[in-house]
Ligand binder design. Structure first.
Ligand SMILES: *[C@@H]1O[C@H](CO)[C@@H](O)[C@H](O)[C@H]1NC(C)=O
Ligand SMILES: *[C@@H]1O[C@H](CO)[C@@H](O)[C@H](O)[C@H]1NC(C)=O
Length: 269
């Protein structure tokens, strides 16, 4: 893929994820038009989320001032699902099950999930750099990142983390396949689609980044179970984009292998 085409594809994908943020049930629509992928750090501009960012940074600050955590997951709606929260109302049994699955897989480690639905990689960069969402006292042994759309801002996030904590290991999870428009049943399950090349280009960027510093970055691709010969795979996908309960279990297991290796090393500080 040519550089220009890859850049255009990334813009599209960024747009798509902004649309996702607007379309998630229970969330307010974004007040601004789709302007494409973020190319630098940016706080969330939609009104509902600054409070959530504060909640995340406050939770981390308290943990950091106590004993710290060994493992931090940074991401968007997919990691957020593992918190067992519910955007639309009271927490359900299914929400708690998701949380329990994750707790079971990572029960040997102290961890925090720092994730916001609809986040772009530029939002994550802002959160770690400026938003107080990276520790300052107790450095994590391992950080896991699953966020879409823009490998330039992910590179900056990785550099920031490494610059502040050179011994922290980083697991970069490849962007998962996704239906074109999950709010439109006619398109939700189509794969390949207009994002296929864009996701491949972004993941190629993540892979190259990991190859450039294998002593502290691992790249892992967990996307296989989410598609089949017909398109997006309903066995493991909820709505065309988000993994369902089984899909989340598979994702946790897939990430666990590299996390276990990284957690085997001594604490970062
Ligand atoms: C985000 O904040 C809103 C409003 O305070 C709240 O309803 C929602 O549950 C929060 N979501 C998360 C993921 O914390
Ligand atoms: C937790 O650690 C113990 C001891 O090393 C190991 O036997 C067990 O399989 C680990 N559990 C998980 C869920 O990784």
């Amino acid at each position: 893929m040519s550089g220009a085409r890859a850049a255009a594809a990334m813009l599209l994908l960024g747009c798509a994820l902004q649309r996702c943020a607007a379309q998630l049930p229970g969330m307010l629509p974004l007040p601004h038009a789709c302007t494409g992928a973020l190319n630098g750090p940016a706080p969330r501009s939609d009104l509902r989320w600054p409070a959530n960012e504060t909640k995340l940074s406050e939770g981390l600050r308290q943990a950091d001032e106590a004993k710290g955590v060994d493992l931090i997951f940074y991401g968007d709606s997919i990691f957020w699902e593992y918190n067992g929260d519910n955007l639309n109302g009271p927490v359900t049994k299914a929400d708690l099950q998701r949380k329990a699955i994750f707790q079971g897989v990572f029960k040997n480690y102290s961890y925090k999930i720092m994730a916001l639905p609809g986040d772009q990689s530029g939002n994550l960069l802002w959160r770690v750099q400026t938003g107080g969402e990276f520790p300052t006292i107790h450095m994590p042994k391992t950080v896991v990142i699953l966020i879409g759309t823009n490998d330039l801002t992910v590179t900056q996030t990785v550099k920031y983390i490494h610059g502040n904590s050179p011994k922290t290991q980083i697991v970069l999870v490849g962007v998962l396949p996704r239906g074109a428009q999950y709010w439109d049943p006619a398109q939700a399950w189509i794969w390949p689609n207009r994002y296929t090349d864009a996701i491949a280009a972004v993941n190629a960027g993540y892979y190259a980044l990991a190859q450039s510093a294998p002593e502290y970055i691992k790249y892992v691709y967990c996307g296989k179970p989410y598609t089949n010969d017909q398109g997006m795979n309903p066995d493991n996908v909820e709505d065309g984009v988000h993994p369902n309960q089984i899909g989340l279990e598979l994702l946790a297991a897939c990430m666990k292998k590299d996390i276990d290796v990284d957690m085997g090393s001594t604490r970062a500080n």
